[in-house]
Design a protein around this ligand. Structure first.
Ligand SMILES: [Zn+2]
Length: 392
């Protein structure tokens, strides 16, 4: 990924104002909003201030399930991950929050700057397990994010490059989640705002929340009650797993907080019949993960994988629209570069944000014709579902 999904910027004149206003939780969004609001430049002050920066790059170790069952450990840039610059502007008192943003979304770089008239004291960066619109919290009861601080610098009078900062091992999988969700957010196809879907109002975007801890014994689902994704110890090793669960939350949000009524869905398998509602919701989530990753796979957290690609002759596959892999592959074919929906999923996402469907048949036979302009249900589209053993 080479584009900067989030703008590169340092600090700005609005940041201290926001901080003083006590609107800490809204800082990140306001920082983004400020970019579009053309915040005026700082008016001149009597004391010449110097921009003092701590630069570096945030990385994390990732046990890469997508790399196979050996799960090779790779060190990756933590993209779009929150940082806060802390320090003290006076000779006494305690360190205070000075500014904050996220790492760059291509390479995990950070550039934390503060305009100071004198050297900053007790300076450090605090990294938190969150991005603009998604976060990882420790548990449903302790809803705090993971965080860690860089080595404190007693006095900083000029900018310094602190090099590569690695997420502590015991919390690295929280940053696997933070990093991975960028891949869905960047494709969320909401032309209206930076929010996840068009149902959200800019300035009040919804946060996608994961609950994860290294010693959690159970997890691996999106909880329709709390709307949190629950993941246990090593499950974040699979990016497909992370994105599949995000896909459930994304459907719920596209459907404006209304999730289809799902029956006969526990357990469910990519290749086996469940129910039409289960195949629709799980097939969509599988397709979200594969589309975000740019493949046709589902990869489990142990590194095993199942190909979602299938045809009429696929051995061991059940048939029809109660099979999630049949539904998921149909969707991926619709969204493919050479598919009937324009080469991507954008028109489908727009349709889903306007019309809910209870199952794939409802989506194909009712929703697709209602899109403006209509999404095809004949020709290539019909051939695609036929090839996945679905006939309407
Ligand atoms: Zn699922």
């Amino acid at each position: 990924m080479t584009t900067h999904l989030f703008p590169r910027f340092t600090d700005g004149p609005d940041i201290p104002r926001v901080r003083r206003a006590g609107r800490r939780a809204a800082v990140a969004l306001l920082l983004v909003a400020g970019l579009f609001a053309a915040v005026p430049a700082t008016t001149g002050e009597a004391v010449a201030a110097t921009s003092i920066c701590l630069n570096g790059k945030l990385v994390f170790d990732h046990a890469d399930a997508e790399g196979g069952t050996a799960k090779p450990v790779v060190t990756l840039p933590a993209r779009g991950a929150a940082w806060d610059l802390w320090g003290r502007t006076g000779s006494t008192g305690s360190s205070q929050w000075l500014t904050g943003s996220t790492t760059w979304t291509d390479d995990g770089h950070f550039n934390a700057c503060y305009d100071a008239a004198a050297p900053l004291q007790d300076v450090f960066i605090r990294f938190r397990s969150t991005s603009w619109l998604w976060q990882v919290i420790k548990s449903t009861t302790d809803q705090s994010q993971y965080s860690f601080d860089t080595t404190h610098i007693a006095s900083l009078g000029a900018s310094q490059d602190i090099g590569t900062v690695k997420v502590p091992a015991e919390m690295q999988r929280a940053w696997s989640i933070i990093d991975t969700v960028n891949q869905l957010w960047s494709k969320r196809a909401n032309p209206s705002t930076e929010c996840w879907t068009r149902h959200q109002v800019w300035g009040a975007c919804d946060m996608l929340t994961y609950v994860w801890s290294q010693n959690a014994a159970s997890g691996g689902y999106w909880d329709p009650g709390t709307k949190y994704v629950i993941m246990n110890g090593n499950q974040p090793d699979s990016r497909h797993f992370i994105l599949h669960e995000a896909g459930h939350w994304f459907m719920w949000r596209l459907y404006n907080r209304s999730f289809p009524a799902v029956t006969n869905c526990n357990p469910h398998y990519i290749t086996k019949a469940s129910s039409t509602s289960c195949a629709w919701t799980e097939g969509f989530a599988d397709a979200v993960a594969a589309y975000s990753m740019g493949d046709y796979r589902y990869v489990y957290d142990d590194g095993n994988e199942t190909s979602i690609a299938n045809d009429k002759n696929s051995a061991g596959w059940d048939q029809g629209d109660t099979v999630q892999g049949r539904v998921g592959a149909s969707l991926l074919d619709f969204w493919a570069v050479n598919g009937p929906d324009g080469g991507n999923w954008n028109r489908d996402i727009d349709l889903m944000s306007r019309q809910s469907s209870q199952d794939f048949k409802d989506y194909f036979t009712v929703a697709r014709p209602s899109a403006v302009p209509a999404l095809s249900t004949t020709g290539t589209a019909k051939t695609i579902i036929d090839g996945h053993t679905i006939t309407y």
